[in-house]
Design a protein around this ligand. Sequence first.
Ligand code: IVH
Length: 716
Amino acid sequence: MTDDSLRRELLDLRAEIEAHNHRYYVLDEPAVSDAQYDRLMNRLQEIEQEHPDWVTPDSPTQRVGASPSGHFAPVRHAVRMLSLGNAFEDQDIQAFDDRVTAILAESGLLNEPGHGAVTADCLVPDEPEPPASGDADELRRKAPIPGVDYVAEYKFDGLAVNLRYEQGHLVQAATRGDGSEGEDITANIRTLRSVPLRLRGDAAPAVLEVRGEVLMTRADFARLNEQQLSRGDKPFVNPRNAAAGSLRQLDPRVTAARPLRFYAYGWGQIRDAAGRDLQPQATHAAMLDWLAAFGFAVSPGRRRCRGAAQLLRFYASVGSERSGLPYDIDGVVYKVNDLRAQEVLGFVARAPRFAIAHKFPAQEETTRLVGIEVQVGRTGALTPVARLQPVFVGGVTVTNATLHNEDEIHRKDIRIGDTVVVRRAGDVIPEVVGPVLDLRPADALPFDLLAACPVCPVCGSAVERPEGEAITRCTGGLFCPAQRKQTLWHAASRKALDIDGLGDKLIEQLVDGGRVRTLADLYGLTELELSTYPRMGRKSAQNLVQAIDQSRRPPLSRLLYALGIRHVGETTARDVARHFGSMQAIMDASEDQLLQVPDVGPVVAASIRRFFAEAHNREVVAALQAAGVEPQADAAPAGAKPLAGKTLVLTGTLPALTRDEATRRILAAGGKVSGSVSRKTAWVVAGEEAGSKLAKAEELGVAVLDEAGLLKLLEH
Ligand code: IVH
């Protein structure tokens, strides 16, 4: 091969590899397999080895170029990196919008035309719109709405960095530091494949500084932690710490092995060849699109909004989708869109007046682990529970948090007396994520479950930890009051016998007083005796007796589930109940017969067998029968409607069906019809002249059908 054609191949390979990086890390649309990608890289390396003089710093092979440096050199930022004011309450956002509105009204910049008016199309998409109906609807959606024009974005929970490009080449990357001076992390940033080493296209200004956040997705974080563990290294506490630790590596080869990503949300210095400052676009939104064209992943989830009410809707909708995002965010950021308006608004202290961060209640906080208590669960599992110095996290004050099990405590090296990170995300039970090792006191105490509990802390029975299991259990079974209480509580729960008014406090008293030993004993309780318990009025006693009475004819599946057999959840209980039809048949079934039930495997079959092999469990069933509890055969699966639980959106004109007819048939099939497309839309049915809804469906990746497709769905 001639040098010329080899050189051609090298340039093609570089372009192809960078295009794949862009597709994978920026567009999130990979086009080749890892193996194919590796083949391209290998071939490029081969050519570059043959011709070392052809290697340039922007070759994809040079992402991990530099050898370990001794330190991170200080970098003075050409334009200061600001931080944002924080707000937590709706009123703060209203006040922010009022302030911005007043200043812009004064300077005549409010609702200036020319920057693309915000219309209803730009809004947060969760607003239920009435079904579209022709022109009036279109007009309403296209009409500009009053109020300041904002861009709302995610507030990424990562690390801010500034990337400096000169003549289109990445020349420096720096941390934010104190805003004026950061640290040079160029060698590490070069290893991020979502950061272009060279800007795409040929319209790059002489100097362009791109600002954004470096972060790790939750999935990448989980994989990294698995790797850390399998190598015997300490896991990271959360994605943010993992990202920070990875960026602060002196050896860029370590950073290269860490799955970091960069998302752009702003810019610093921009200059032309003559050294003049440039403002290439008139709005923040246009600037972000402009940056995207250079090859950056730009603030996904951004939206234009007008006025405080829309900002708050954005906040609420992002708040509810937050746990489904691939990475952590700690709030949202609102920015005035018009850059002239931004300039007029200016800055106070270190934060701009044109932007504000609206934070979610923190999902993680640090506090002191005061002690570890052991509780006994329904199946006898000894569960370590953290006693914490009270801390406000995820919107509530937390004093206890789960530590999962003993192995987990050792794996994370959590010791009593440690300062720990506590996490409470959404409605999830608070958990101790890990210790802050830097703050460990000298007298922090490691935890040893068997030393703390040589026998069951509740009933004194022996404890055992079967080989290969992570759980130590009390062997007391229903002899153990803790297990008895939990079993009753489970049996009364909504998905089991649904006995309203039987709370854990009452169960505690009934069991501790010896009045109730098993589920069957509940059915002997009278109004009179119940009303003697503390906080039990006549009325609540009456209601409870009624609720207990009403639970005497449960579906067989619920009674089976209520028994609390290990590995038998609601679904399994239903499958088994339908298969056998009576409690007697289930009790008498052999393991082989149990295995005949679809979806029942050896573990479940053995567990059911073991449960009914115990005389005391059969006695409970007999006592239930004696108390008049008569399970009913479970109904066969309801003639499931083909579109049950699905939301469809109609757009455009269908060839045969009218809108009304299509809507009627979807409703009859159990589906819903909505006027606007969101991620929750199951299908968009598009006819002729479908417009923005079809585009929206494509953008969100929602499936699109034509009329024939709809008819097929309705048939099933
Ligand atoms: S804009 C002039 N936008 O929040 C405004 N910051 O407290 C400068 N951050 O250090 C920042 N997501 O690390 C902006 N969409 C976003 C952001 C964001 C996260 C971080 C950033 C900054 C801090 C400001």
